[in-house]
Design a protein around this ligand. Structure first.
Ligand code: FAD
Length: 455
């Protein structure tokens, strides 16, 4: 059996740890069943945003009408859009794989690994042991136990990337960020989209008013049904039928489409790794339990990124990887701070959010809430942006920003100054100190913070 100082499982954020380990001269093994680069590169952030960018342009052209521009999208080359995404992904994959193969001090094991005992894994029939093990094994689509689902060839965020031709119609089971991002993409491509969400609103972790505005905006371009629980899926000719139960009335209704996309959430890959064989515990959803230093229930085994299910975004996974690597290789004990961890949803309209929602903040703080519309700032008015809003959640006594939520154009760009302020103390006043260009959408942030009221 080969022994290592460090074993890393997973080459998404795990690549950061492997690189740090080799840079510090540790004998390192990196295990990945492929494709290398993890979810973000292969089936997550990057391919989805490559597809969504042209979708945004299409919708903007169509929305030009409100500004007095009569323009028409004459043709959409669906094949070309998909091919660009797949080619770019392939190029990145090959470069990363080449890098792993050539890296000094790194043994790259291309295969599915699983624990066979304490600190010991088996990959491709070979056993390896590590003094320190870093689990960065990520997550995969959660497939709910819906009657008949196995009998149809449903799509996931992974298989949809292989589509060669545009779909005429698509049913989407789920209403989280993956569902609404792909709902936006397919609707822009000309697909008749129907979203079926079991909860009473879309994008549940967001502020309720953001969910409501999103539903209103998406409903102009697709059918959106909330409180609609998919209970059965059947084949119908070349297509599918989804039987849905209304959560209020209990009545059943069926929806037909050419295909169905299952986007109800993610599950940890910890099961495929058989982490229990090394004394690593998982929670009741299957995500690996970690402490504040991201150490698992087994000493010197750490879990980062989606595998621990804390906040499942690439920038969070990467920061966790940096922290565990620093702690492990420098004998430090930094903790991950999630309080200013932002996220974005690239639907149309876009959404961005950081920190606590109003409801969560009220559980532990006396708060003030500020609200502003894009139309309250000159640039928003110029853009005729009548729907977008921002909301600030601030601690009353300290004026510390606890949360900030935006729905509207460039929301993921706009939120960054709030994230920076929150990460360096969090006073609303910090934002006001810097002059804001007039007119620019960034004025929305100080204006929102200037409208604070008792909540
Ligand atoms: C459709 C979609 C869109 C997304 N968009 C965004 C976005 O816009 N912004 C954002 O921040 N986040 C986004 N995310 C989330 C983001 O992709 C993940 O949070 C991130 O990739 C997690 O990184 P990770 O390193 O923890 O795991 P992963 O990147 O999933 O890496 C895990 C690696 O482990 C390997 N592996 C797993 N089990 C084993 C095993 N037993 N043996 C060997 N290897 C194994 C896998 O092959 C994989 O390479 C999106 C996700 C999806 C699905």
């Amino acid at each position: 059996m080969k022994s290592y100082d460090v074993i890393v499982v997973g080459s998404g954020c795990g690549a950061i740890i492997a690189e740090e380990a080799t840079a510090h001269g540790f004998k390192t093994a990196l295990v990945d069943r492929g494709p290398v680069g993890g979810t973000c590169l292969n089936v997550g952030c990057i391919p989805s945003k490559m597809l969504i960018y042209p979708a945004d342009r299409i919708v903007e052209i169509e929305e030009g009408r409100k500004l007095g521009i009569e323009a028409e999208v004459k043709d959409i080359d669906f094949g070309a859009i998909m091919t660009r995404m797949r080619r770019s992904r392939q190029k990145s994959r090959s470069n990363i794989r080449k890098g792993f193969k050539q890296a000094e001090g790194l043994d790259f094991y291309e295969g599915e690994g699983h624990f066979t005992g304490d600190y010991t894994l088996e990959v491709n029939g070979e056993k390896i042991k590590g003094k320190k093990v870093f689990i960065a094994s990520g997550s995969r689509p959660l497939i709910p136990p819906i009657k008949g689902l196995d009998s149809v060839k449903y799509l996931t965020n992974e298989s949809l990337l292989e589509l060669k031709a545009r779909l005429d119609s698509l049913l989407i089971i789920g209403g989280g960020y993956i569902a609404v991002e792909y709902g936006h993409f397919f609707a822009a491509m000309g697909t008749k989209v129907t979203i079926l969400e079991m909860a009473d609103r879309l994008v549940l972790p967001e502020e309720p008013e953001i969910s409501e505005l999103l539903k209103k905006a998406l409903s102009r371009r697709m059918a959106v049904h909330t409180g609609a629980q998919a209970v059965e899926v059947k084949k119908k000719g070349d297509g599918v039928v989804v039987l849905v139960k209304d959560s209020k009335t209990g009545k059943e209704k069926s929806f037909s489409g050419q295909d169905v996309l299952v986007a109800v959430g993610r599950r940890s890959n910890a099961d495929t790794l058989k982490v229990e064989n090394s004394g690593v515990e998982v929670d009741k959803r299957g995500f690996i339990r970690v402490d504040h230093h991201l150490e698992t229930t087994k000493k010197n085994i750490f879990a980062v990124g989606d595998a621990n299910g804390q906040q499942m975004f690439t920038h969070v996974a990467n920061r966790e990887a940096v922290i565990v690597a620093h702690n492990a290789f420098h004998n430090a004990s930094f903790e991950m701070d999630y309080s200013a961890a932002p996220h974005a949803i690239y639907s149309h309209p876009q959404i961005a959010s950081v920190g606590l929602t109003e409801a969560d903040a009220k559980k532990g703080h006396k708060i003030l809430v500020g609200r502003a519309k894009y139309g309250d700032v000159a640039k928003g008015e110029a853009m005729m942006e009548t729907e977008g809003v921002a909301k600030a959640v601030v601690e009353k006594e300290t004026e510390k920003i606890l949360g900030f939520h935006i729905i509207g154009p460039y929301a993921p760009v706009l939120i960054q100054e709030v994230v920076n302020a929150m990460a360096s103390g969090g006073q609303g006043g910090q934002i006001d100190q810097g002059l804001h260009i007039h007119p620019a959408l960034a004025e929305l942030i100080p204006v929102t913070l200037g409208h604070l009221e008792e909540a």
